[in-house]
Every structure is written in structure tokens, then in C-alpha cells.
Design a protein around this ligand. Sequence first.
Ligand SMILES: [Zn+2]
Ligand SMILES: [Zn+2]
Length: 185
Amino acid sequence: MTATVNVLTNGYADERVASSVVLVRENDAVIIVDPGMVANRDLILDPLHELGVHALEVTDVIFSHHHPDHTLNAALFLNARCHDVWAIYVDDDWGDRTDVIEGAPSVSLLDTPGHTHEDISTLIETVDGLVVCTHLWWSVEGPAVDPRAVDQELLEASRVTVLALNPVQIIPGHGAAFSPNDLAR
Ligand SMILES: [Zn+2]
Ligand SMILES: [Zn+2]
């Protein structure tokens, strides 16, 4: 059992800001991680269509945390359940948080506080190994010290926790996917 991962948009944060937006699929589960700010919504929808997915087919949306740059475009996905650190949201139902995504046994959520107290990382078992979508890193280039972190010490502890899982790839909040080996260089 494994899931597939496609990065729809690589995030960035300079004069302007966009989040990394990621598609995860397993069985009938179609998951978007961080439907955040982008220069144009087509930068989410076009790559999605190229992969044969219509926005209305998205079953689940995961928010890494609550900042607008990671949540702004959630309403593109009208049929999705939304997951965050607290709950699963469906229409007007504020349901209980689960660490698993229904129908996607290879995908799970892990509390990784530091950037905010409400940060979660999405862990995805793929054929190549574990892939982690997380805001514990903005990009492979840094910054090592997160200028917006509510608790840098906690953030660094969360980084250690994630790296101990031996991911093959990390998809950071505002940059291209990288291998943990790239952090050491
Ligand atoms: Zn943030
Ligand atoms: Zn961010």
C-alpha cells in the first residue's frame, strides 16, 4: 500500500508569497495539502487537470497550519473534507481530529509545532519511501531560524522528530522538494 505524490506548485517567499501545493492520491482518496496563496489559481488547477483530476473530485484538504498563505484557496475544492491540527471540517460539522485520512492508509498527520503551535506535517508512504509535507522548513535554502516561528526551540525539536522518520523527500512550505541529505550540505 502506497500513495502517489505530485507537487502542483512550488512555493516561494520573497517580495511575494506562494505556498507549495501538493496532490496526494491513494485508492479513491484525492488529497490536496495546503491550498494556499498562488499568483493565479490556474497554477493549482492547470497541473491538477494535467494529472486528470478535477477540483470537485478532491476528497480531502489538509492545512499544515492556519496562515492564509497555506489556506486561501481551500474553497476551490467544494467537496473536500478539511483537516487541521484540531478537527475535520465538513460543511457546518466541526468533527474530531484523526491522524489518518479515510481511504488513504498510507497518509497520516503528525503534530509538528514550532512555526505555530498548530502545525501538522503530512506523512506519505510512497513506493520510494516516506515523503513529508511540512512547514518545518520554508525551503532547503533556509532560513535555518524561522523569523515567524512562535517557538524556535520547539520547531527544532519537531525537525528532529521528522528527520528521525528517515524521509526520502521533504516538501517544504515555500520551496521545491528536497532530500534531507541536502540539508547537511
Ligand atoms: Zn505560516
Ligand atoms: Zn508559510
